[in-house]
Write a protein that binds this ligand. Structure first.
Ligand SMILES: O=C([C@H](O)CO)[C@H](O)[C@H](O)COP(=O)(O)O
Length: 215
């Protein structure tokens, strides 16, 4: 298995604070995620700013698209996004729209399985439709209610689909190695890094743990 990628979720609303945090953690992460609240607040100009500043990083725009897939995602790919997310609950037509936009730019579309009732069926259908990445995701509100992404990860990994698996939802140093062992290709970390006294140190620790994990 290729070395798992670490995705830093940038969930601030502040443009300059987002860029500053990205600078701090850049040596230790592979993907910058512009989180949903952040992209709604700052728009496509933040994608352009991060693209210009970090030409060697992957940029994921967490659009969580719910309708008009191709139309909504196209300007973000044009601005330099490598990955945009689309909600699995939006339905196959919307997912296919984002997949089409991604393919037009040689980029990738990630299906966010957040709140999807039958995640296995959704993963199978969107994989068949050409999705590049399957996103297992326990959102911030569900985390607050005590939920975690671990059992969903096992269910999707067990399918053996030829698709990369991303996992998000409260992942921290104590859990990151189990997530890698369970088959995740992309490990998303937000609060455990941006909420730490030293985000750079927290990101470095996650990187070391991921790189030290035997799979
Ligand atoms: O995607 C996220 C959330 O839905 C807000 O957009 C978070 O970025 C994702 O959950 C990762 O953050 P943590 O759960 O804090 O690690």
């Amino acid at each position: 298995m290729a070395r798992p990628l670490i995705q830093m979720a940038l969930d601030s609303l502040d443009f300059d604070a987002t860029v500053a945090l990205a600078e701090q953690v850049a040596p230790h992460v592979d993907i910058f995620e512009i989180g949903t609240p952040c992209i709604k607040h700052n728009g496509v100009n933040l994608v352009k700013a991060l693209r210009a500043k970090f030409p060697d990083k992957l940029i994921l725009v967490d659009l969580k698209t719910m309708d008009a897939g191709e139309y909504e995602a196209t300007p973000f790919y044009a601005a330099g996004a490598d990955i945009c997310t689309v909600l699995g609950v939006s339905g196959l037509a919307t997912c296919m729209g984002v997949i089409k936009a991604a393919n037009a730019f040689g980029a990738e579309a990630q299906i966010d399985l957040i709140n999807v009732e039958d995640k296995v069926a959704c993963a199978r259908a969107t994989f068949e439709a050409g999705a590049h990445i399957m996103g297992i995701h326990t959102g911030l509100d569900a985390q607050a209610a005590g939920h975690t992404p671990f059992s969903d990860l096992n269910d999707i990994a067990r399918l053996g689909l030829n698709v990369r698996i991303s996992v998000a939802g409260g992942i921290k140093a104590a859990t990151v190695q189990d997530v890698v062992k369970s088959g995740a290709n992309i490990i998303v970390v937000g609060a455990a890094i941006y909420g730490a006294p030293s985000p750079a140190e927290a990101a470095r620790e996650i990187r070391e743990l991921v790189d030290a994990t035997e799979v």
